[in-house]
Ligand binder design. Structure first.
Ligand SMILES: [Ca+2]
Ligand SMILES: [Ca+2]
Ligand SMILES: [Ca+2]
Ligand SMILES: [Ca+2]
Length: 322
């Protein structure tokens, strides 16, 4: 992503005032967050230039190039069913398929470098890579890192296809092939709990690198080496779910955000709801209007005017007792 002025990107903060969501995960893993509204930005105007809705609030979503045309779009996962969409526009899935088991960890990548993203199933520290989205035996299988490691997917060397980085806190271990073995290089970047994005932020980079996110600030590094961020900019809100992809097929990755605009349901009162007494009282049963009003107010929120004490509907019970 090319960065313009901070002022321009601060404009994005006003445009993208988004609801609370989880921190972003790296490309290759589910985006995280909730919501079905997506706002993508593939230029430097500071404003999302693509907006659409896809799927349902709690769907897992992945970014990838499913049809190999150079642009990244979304795919949703529901258990072990995957719903592919090949355009960044509102609509239903273009294709769907079943893959793996419902509990499998799934990573997305262009493992063979043919331009099309497919899936890999992760079981512990074993990765089972398929270069087509058909169920069946893995094309490549290898072991990398430890079962609890966080892994990132990217084409780190810009050669061939995607491979993995294992992340341990702020320490990253780069592997450039899909074989069991040790890392080819390692580096440090950011803090142990930073949310990380991966992408090719400029055409000057041979391959993908990292960005860390803190609140609504993004720290981009142009190489897989230890050192400070090369570019820092602000974008959106701290509560956004952010992710990266090449939305317009120009070879440069930029940001998108997922928005949850569905209001949280109001929970019913818990523990103190009185049972419905039914119409068992008349105004003459109360010693005063205040006593009738207290009775009315106790049940009205749950059952309405069950004893029919408010004949004129003004929420004042038994006005005749005044
Ligand atoms: Ca595509
Ligand atoms: Ca591929
Ligand atoms: Ca590679
Ligand atoms: Ca792009």
């Amino acid at each position: 992503m090319n960065i313009t002025t901070r002022a321009a990107l601060c404009a994005a903060a006003a445009t993208l005032s988004l609801a609370a969501a989880a921190p972003a995960l790296a490309q290759g893993s589910p985006l995280g967050g909730t919501g079905s509204d997506y706002y993508l930005n593939d230029s430097n105007t500071g404003t999302a230039n693509i907006q659409f809705s896809y799927g349902e609030r709690y769907d897992d979503a992945y970014v990838g190039d499913w049809d190999g045309n150079g642009t990244d779009t979304l795919m949703l996962r529901r258990d072990n069913t995957f719903l592919v969409r090949n355009s960044n526009s509102t609509g239903s899935a273009d294709a769907q398929f079943v893959y793996g088991d419902p509990g499998d960890g799934v990573l997305v990548g262009d493992w063979d470098g043919n331009g099309t993203d497919t899936l890999a199933v992760r079981r512990g520290n074993t990765f089972l890579v398929k270069n087509t989205v058909t169920t069946g035996t893995a094309d490549v299988q290898f072991v990398y890192g430890d079962p609890g490691d966080t892994v990132l997917v990217g084409n780190w060397d810009g050669q061939g296809g995607d491979s993995l980085i294992v992340r341990r806190a702020g320490h990253y271990f780069v592997k450039n092939d899909l074989t069991t073995g040790v890392a080819s290089s390692d580096f440090y970047f950011g803090d142990p709990y930073d949310a990380v994005l991966t992408g090719r932020w400029s055409l000057d980079q041979p391959g993908d690198t990292l960005a860390v996110r803190r609140g609504n600030s993004y720290y981009l590094r142009g190489s897989l080496t230890s050192g400070p961020a090369d570019v820092v900019f602000g974008y959106g809100n701290p509560s956004d779910t952010a992710f990266a992809g090449d939305w317009n097929g120009d070879g440069v990755d930029s940001l998108g955000v997922r928005r949850d605009r569905t209001p949280a349901p109001v929970p019913p009162p818990v523990g103190n709801q009185p049972p419905n007494p039914g119409d068992d009282k008349d105004c003459v049963d109360f010693p005063s209007q205040a006593a009738a009003q207290a009775y009315f107010d106790m049940y009205y929120p749950y059952y309405g005017d069950v004893a029919r004490l408010d004949g004129n509907g003004d929420l004042q019970a038994c006005e005749s007792l005044r």
